[in-house]
Write a protein that binds this ligand. Sequence first.
Ligand code: SF4
Ligand code: SF4
Length: 374
Amino acid sequence: MAPAAERIRELAFDCGFDLVRFGPVDPGPFGQHFLSWLEKGRHGEMQYLADNRERIVEPQTWRQGVRSAITLAVDYGGPPAQLDGGGQVARYASGRDYHRWLRDRVYKLRTTLEQEGVPYGSMNGGADAVPVLERALAVRSGIGFLAKSAMVISPTHGPYLQLAELLTGMDLPPDGPSPGSCGTCTACIDACPTQAIVAPHEVDARRCLSYTTIELRGPIPRDLRAKQGDHFFGCDVCLEVCPFTKRSSLLPRTGGDRPRDLQPHRLLATWTLVDVLELDAAEYQAEWTGTAMRRATQSGLRRNAAVVLGNLGDPSALPALERALADNDPLVRGHAAWAIGRIAPRHASLDRALSREVDATVRNDIASTIDENR
Ligand code: SF4
Ligand code: SF4
C-alpha cells in the first residue's frame, strides 16, 4: 500500500527538500500563457521548448496514468559569487552542478517511496530535465506564488528556489495555491539591466542575461553587451532586489558553513576572466565538468569573459584580448574586438584585425566597433 500523504511529505524533507507540496500534473491556465509566449518568439533559440510544446502543456500525453504531482524545492540562497577578480556567476550555478545534486535527491525520494509501497516505475521525476512547466506546477501546488519577475517566490523561503517534481499515479490531496503576492512592488522590473521583464510575469528571454550568457550559442546582441556589466554567467539582479529575498534560510550561511552541494566551486577561487578567455578544450573538459557553467559551452564562456573584460575596462586585459583577435573561434574574435573598443576605443589592433578577418559576421562586428569609436 502506498504511504499516506503526510508520510510522503516527511520522506521528502528527509531527502533534502525544503518545500514539499501536492498538486495537479498539468499547468492549467499557465499552459496557454506558455504557448502565447512561444508564439511571440520570446524563447529565442530554445527550440526544445517549442519542439516539446504538446508534452509540456499536457504531461498525460507522454506519461499516461499520472494523477498528482509532488512538487519540491530547495532554497539555495547565499552570498554573491564571482570568478577570481571579477565576473559574477548566478548563485544557482556557483556550486556543484545542480542538475546532479537535485536529481540525486529526486531519485532518492523516488526509491524511498518505492520501498514504502508505491508501485515501481509509476513515478516520473526530474529537475529541469523532464518536459513540464516546472514553475506552473510549483505555483498550482503552492510552493510559492508567481512573481512579476516570472519566478516562483515562497512566502517562507523567498525566490532562490531550485524546483523539481515527481509525477505520480497516486491521488494526493492537493495543497492549493500559496498565499502572497508582489503587491505594488516593481523593484525587479525597474532594476533589470536589459529591460527583459517586458510585462509583469513575462520575461523576453532574448533580452535576459540568463539566456544570452547561457543558452544563446551565437553572438550576444551588441545593444546588450554593455548592459551585461560584470555578469559572466547568468544574472541574479531580479532576485537580489526582491524584498522576499531576505526570507531565504540559507542567505547568511557562507563558505564551509553551507550545505556541501551548495559550497562555492573551487573554480571560482582560481580562475580569472583572462584565464576563461584563454580556456582550451582540454581544460574545459577536465576542469569545468561538474559545474552548471558548462551549459554555456567552451565558446560561450570565452565570449562572456570577453564581454565582461570590456565592461570592467581594465587595460591590463588588453594583451589577452589582442591575442584573442587571432583566435580560431570567430565568436571569441568578434567579442574580443568589442571588448578592446570598450577599453581603448582607437586601439590599432582593431584595424589590423579587420584587414585580415575573413568571417563576414566578425568583420561586421569589428567594423561596427571601429565605427562606434571614431
Ligand atoms: S535575470 Fe537579470 S536580465 Fe534576466 S530578467 Fe532577471 S534581472 Fe533581467
Ligand atoms: S522585486 Fe517586487 S515585483 Fe519583483 S518579484 Fe520581488 S516582490 Fe515581486
